[in-house]
Design a protein around this ligand. Structure first.
Ligand SMILES: Nc1ncnc2c1ncn2[C@@H]1O[C@H](COP(=O)(O)OP(=O)(O)OP(=O)(O)O)[C@@H](O)[C@H]1O
Ligand SMILES: [Mg+2]
Length: 286
């Protein structure tokens, strides 16, 4: 594959959305980000408490979906724990202070299938079953509202693209029927989307790039995994140069790392990757 075509897939860089984190490699950093997100989701002050919409905004491949997924699953496991604890105690205490969401749902908004499909995939996530309500927008909207009515919910809308902004009115209507404390987390590359969907500008979360150290650890994990390459001083030095130049975006680091992995110990090939300016272009356009 040529450098250019490797990069065009990087530039497009849209991976299929799933609430599950890709756990092939360790997730580096993001603990502070995760804690801040949890604070934003838990805190109860402010006029937007009834329904708070929190956008995570950042460049393509910076790790928005990964962060949303980490947070989403944190709540899933605390809800499971809460239910188990209450079951063991033989009662259901719905007024507990523990922030537990009665309903959690995840849907991707970048797919080209319309708002009806987004709502259907939310319904399917929530019920665990294929939605049988047909393809009328009104019917699926009604069905989702019935599932959310009076419940404290936590919904993630992943990869909300600016050309899908017209879905927002439809989705917002569905979200208006929940209980106090309901939350919607939206990942987006677009500041415009973030500005329009948010309920409070204080709660727009701009995700930073990985630090140099975090970038290096991820790179090392991919490139030097199971190999003796780290004993090769020259390759380690080229690797360090690469990371100094292309640090920050985990997707780019992964792409470069996997490319180097395929080049074995060939120093010439490693240098070509180091000097390939198209990685820079990919970063700039993401
Ligand atoms: N902190 C991290 N440590 C290691 N790998 C990470 C980290 N964050 C993200 N990744 C990996 O980088 C890739 C891109 O991450 P992710 O899909 O979350 O980016 P994104 O910001 O949602 O991109 P897009 O705008 O294209 O949706 C994924 O393979 C993910 O597993
Ligand atoms: Mg994403």
């Amino acid at each position: 594959m040529s450098g250019k075509s490797e990069l065009s897939s990087c530039r497009k860089g849209r991976l299929p959305s799933s609430s599950l984190v890709d756990d092939t490699y360790t997730i580096y950093g993001r603990l502070v980000d995760k804690d801040t997100m949890i604070y934003m989701l838990n805190s109860r002050e402010g006029q937007d408490d009834a329904l708070r919409v929190i956008p995570i905004v950042g460049a393509g491949g910076i790790g928005k979906t990964t962060l949303a997924s980490m947070v989403f699953h944190e709540y899933k496991s605390s809800t499971r724990y809460f239910r188990l604890r209450n079951w063991l105690r033989g009662f259901e205490n719905k007024s507990s202070n523990l922030n537990v969401f009665e309903v959690q749902g995840w849907a991707c908004v970048s797919d080209d299938f319309g708002a009806t499909c987004v709502i259907k995939s939310l319904l399917e996530y929530i019920t665990g079953q294929e939605s049988k309500v047909g393809s009328s927008l009104e019917l699926v909207q009604h069905e989702l509202m019935e599932k959310l009515r009076g419940k404290k919910f936590f919904i993630v809308l992943d990869d909300f693209r600016s050309d899908r902004l017209h879905y927002w009115d439809v989705l917002k209507t569905c979200f208006s029927v929940g209980a106090l404390g309901s939350r919607v987390l939206i990942t987006t590359r677009s500041k415009e989307v973030a500005r329009i969907v948010t309920t409070t500008h204080d709660f727009i979360y701009e995700l930073d790039e990985l630090s140099l150290d975090e970038s290096w650890f991820l790179f090392e994990d991919i490139v030097f995994q199971d190999r003796d390459l780290c004993k090769n001083r020259v390759l380690t030095d080229i690797g360090l140069d690469i990371i100094c130049r292309y640090k920050g975006l985990p997707l780019t680091i992964k792409k470069i790392g996997l490319l180097l992995l395929s080049k074995g110990n060939d120093e010439v090939e490693w240098r070509k990757v180091l000097n390939n300016k198209t990685w820079e272009e990919a970063r700039e356009s993401s």
